[in-house]
Design a protein around this ligand. Sequence first.
Ligand code: NDP
Ligand code: 2IT
Length: 449
Amino acid sequence: MFQSEYLKKVYAGVEARNPGEKEFLQAVREVLESLEPVVLANPKLEEQGVLERIVEPERQLFFRVSWVDDKGQVQVNRGYRVQFNSAIGPYKGGIRLHPSVNASVIKFLGFEQIFKNSLTGLPIGGGKGGSDFDPKGKSDLEVMRFCQSFMTELAKHIGADTDVPAGDIGTGAREIGYMFGQYKRLRNEFTGVLTGKGLTYGGSLARKEATGFGLCYFVDEMLACMKKESFKGKTVVVSGSGNVAIYANQKATELGGKVVAMSDSNGYIYDPNGINLDVVKQIKEVERGRIKEYVNRVKGAEYHDGCSGIWTVKCDIALPCATQNEINEESAKILVKNGVIAVGEGANMPSTPEAIAVFQNAGVLFAPAKAANAGGVATSALEMSQNSQRLSWTFQEVDAKLKTIMVNIFHNAYNAAEKYGMKGNLVAGANIAGFEKVADAMLAQGIAY
Ligand code: NDP
Ligand code: 2IT
């Protein structure tokens, strides 16, 4: 619970205004709890209502997306874009296409994005969007019609200097391409309005790899600085098998780890010889298939139904890269019992608050999502820079910048935690370091009287 009366009041206001939005409330509570010492040390935050303002999105768009399926039938989905905070730059954040999308999910993601984007050190504000549309099982043409209809409304509210969406769950290069094409048709403008674009039309090299690679750069730095350890010789478990999971697997392996398990929402695979990533890429990126298929192609591998079972696989390093709240208290306890030394969050908010407490109390190094998965959006910001300059940088250039950014984020989070008496607590450190820059910009820009 909160010590400060101010934080109690702010959180009560968020609860009253957003009833039942459990993911959003979870994300807000965690940040406000971390900010306790910052609020005590800076009375201006209360005087100028910074926290009341930061928990309320600047603008929320909910809209109808109607499209026609392959049978000629009309389908209706709901589209969302939450433009949360523009204090330090244009709104920036992904678009999630998944049946579980609702206002609470988009708001938790948009809220976290404010602090994550600030941590990158680049000039990007926080936003998020999406729809309850499910791309799974749809034809390319159905996906195209949905994306075009979605963008027909969204185009009125975004722009390269206003709001720059990108990928997230269910939104990859195919969806971004259809959305970009529609934006260009509607506006007659070729601008960097979306990131994660294809390499032939303004996309950045290394954006596809960035979130997973960045996660491993962060975890490697955390292991080196806090435990004089590295990925070398470690057994690694990576949940999910989408964009983030695949490139986390690739970099963890390059850094000397052995990834033995991956998953999708149906179940997980275990391969004691180390997962053959080419097979996973073929199944997931090319065929858009299920992870179960892996065991038909690789000898000695096992498939188990149910995705949470992946946390029972013994490992030294766990990288949750699927979705929110995928590690609960029980799974965290099993990981600790099995000797995990580090957890790096590739997904957004994959650990419940109870799971985080289990890791922290057991002395497990814990890299929170806002900091550890910021490499994706950081590289999106590098894509925006390249688009503005009308240049493209080499893979090596972008990858080197990404690595420097991740190492800096680790040290900023570590130092912020230490400064406020919470040495080693990267959850608090990331929240504080991300918050300070945004709060400073909000104070400087005043309130519209
Ligand atoms: P993808 O759509 O490429 O992959 C998502 C993966 O997670 C799939 O394996 C999917 O399985 C699994 N998954 C999705 N929903 C669930 C669920 N409810 N339960 C269990 N498994 C699920 O998405 P990304 O890899 O891009 O995103 C993964 C996570 O990383 C998300 O939390 C996202 O917000 C976060 N993230 C993504 C960034 C990016 O640049 N793409 C940047 C920073 C964070 P299935 O195929 O069965 O649905
Ligand atoms: O959660 C995230 O940071 C993303 N999905 C990436 C956002 C972006 O704008 O690249």
